[in-house]
Design a protein around this ligand. Structure first.
Ligand code: NAD
Length: 420
């Protein structure tokens, strides 16, 4: 197991490195290492048995130089203030890198939603949003789904906010159900965006994605759609996994058949048409062209990095590669498309949803997908060009370039606004 990191310390360390790389002043670090505001709220919930239980939640607003704060809300029994702050800082960089008119924000409630009834979850969601309603808004801060929150949660947030503010504020949250101004494209957006980044990296490294071998860890929203679109693009998806283990076929898996097995039996390991079962550890060490970690953080670490054979790693999950492992991979010449670049598809489509809400429903699903693709390609190319032209590629990976572009844009906006 990797050492337990404080994500806020990790976020500050990355910022410090980027400030040094860009030759910026200590003042910039001081200003950006602390969030603008963190609101901690008490959420009393009437439980089904008549008792009242108190939960605790946060909304962290890191920086809004580029526009309203934007980022999801997670419900998790182990989430904590520092995690929410770190995630809000990473959203600032992700939104900046994607060229979106947004700052970074994130929310969290310390709760295990699987232990609550639907009614309890609704009361908790409405109360949390009421408690943060003074600092969110269509032009202030726009939450979205994250771990264990979903379109239904967003529907409750939207309704509660609209009730309190006496209007119809569709743009106050994104990732809403279709009936309430959401977009179907949002569902596939992260995996599709990851697949597009993998395709573009493959063009640069191998001359194309066709026939290239791919392994995907995690077969949920991000992993399944990444595998599906990569297969459609002509890649050979040889291995996929979930929390119970994985399956492998040298000729390539039928990704739809595997999905059906997962839906019906709860895991990909029950897929009989695959050549053999593998463990998650084996999947990470397969001799493939492209590895897509799409499950959890810290899976490529000092402990296994020497056995990782992939030529490119496309990070659909947040934080799958530890800094120590990245150093080794960079020396070996392995290209890593970092999370803030490779999994930005979700927030890019969230932006399209928000614009659409403000325009009264104008953009079609086809238009949304086209814009997502364009943005992912442009973003990857901008990061790649920066990496090749401005950095020592034997010392720095694409992550350093992505952070440099993202932080620089925020700093320039702050200077223009007279904040620095
Ligand atoms: P999900 O819950 O839909 O899927 C997660 C998958 O990972 C499941 O198949 C699960 O079985 C598997 N998994 C869990 N623990 C595992 C383990 N120890 N080993 C192997 N597999 C394991 O979640 P998701 O929305 O697909 O998110 C996956 C990752 O992508 C997360 O890091 C998330 O932060 C990131 N991400 C997702 C989105 C999005 O829009 N869905 C956007 C940005 C980032």
């Amino acid at each position: 197991m990797a050492a337990v990191h404080d994500p806020y310390e990790e976020a500050k360390r990355q910022l410090r490195q980027t400030v040094e790389l860009l030759g910026l002043s200590d003042e910039v670090y001081e200003v950006l290492s602390v969030p603008d505001r963190v609101l901690e709220v008490k959420i009393p919930v009437r439980m089904d048995d008549g008792s009242v239980k108190v939960f605790i939640g946060w909304r962290s607003q890191h920086n809004n130089a580029l526009g309203p704060y934007k980022g999801g809300v997670r419900y998790h029994p182990e989430t904590h203030k520092n995690e929410v702050i770190a995630l809000s800082m990473w959203m600032t960089w992700k939104n900046s890198l994607a060229g979106l008119p947004y700052g970074g924000g994130k929310g969290g409630v310390r709760v295990d939603p699987r232990k609550l009834s639907a009614g309890e979850l609704e009361r908790l969601s409405r109360k949390y949003f009421e408690m943060i309603s003074d600092i969110v808004g269509v032009d202030q801060d726009i939450p979205a789904p994250d771990v264990y929150t979903n379109p239904q949660t967003m529907a409750w947030y939207f309704d509660e906010y609209s009730r309190i503010k006496r209007g119809q504020y569709f743009g106050v949250v994104t990732g809403k159900p279709l009936e309430l101004g959401g977009l179907q494209t949002r569902v596939i957006s992260t995996g599709y965006g990851t697949a597009v980044v993998a395709r573009e990296v493959a063009k640069k490294l191998f001359g194309g994605i066709e026939g290239r071998t791919v392994a995907v860890q995690g077969y949920g929203n991000a992993g399944y759609y990444a595998a599906k679109f990569l297969a459609e693009m002509g890649a050979r998806v040889v291995a996929v996994s979930d929390s119970k283990g994985g399956v492998y076929s040298s000729k390539g898996l039928d990704v739809e058949a595997v999905k059906k097995v997962k839906d019906e039996t709860g895991s990909v390991v029950n897929c009989k048409s695959a050549e053999r079962r593998i463990t998650n550890e084996e999947l990470l060490e397969l001799d493939v062209d492209i590895l897509v970690p799409a499950a959890i953080e810290n899976v490529i670490t000092e402990a296994n990095v020497d056995r990782v054979k992939a030529k490119a790693i496309i990070e659909a999950a947040n934080g799958p590669t530890t800094p120590e492992a990245e150093e080794v991979l960079t020396k070996k010449g392995v290209v890593i498309a970092p999370d803030i670049l490779a999994n930005a598809g979700g927030v890019i489509v969230s932006h399209i949803e928000w614009v659409n809400n403000r325009m009264g429903g104008w953009i079609t699903e086809e238009e949304a997908l086209k814009r997502l693709e364009e943005k992912m390609v442009n973003n990857l190319n901008a990061v790649w060009d920066y990496w090749q032209s401005k950095l020592d590629t034997s010392k720095y990976n694409l992550r350093a370039a992505a952070y440099a572009i993202a932080v620089d844009r925020v700093v320039r906006a702050m200077k223009l606004r007279g904040w620095l």
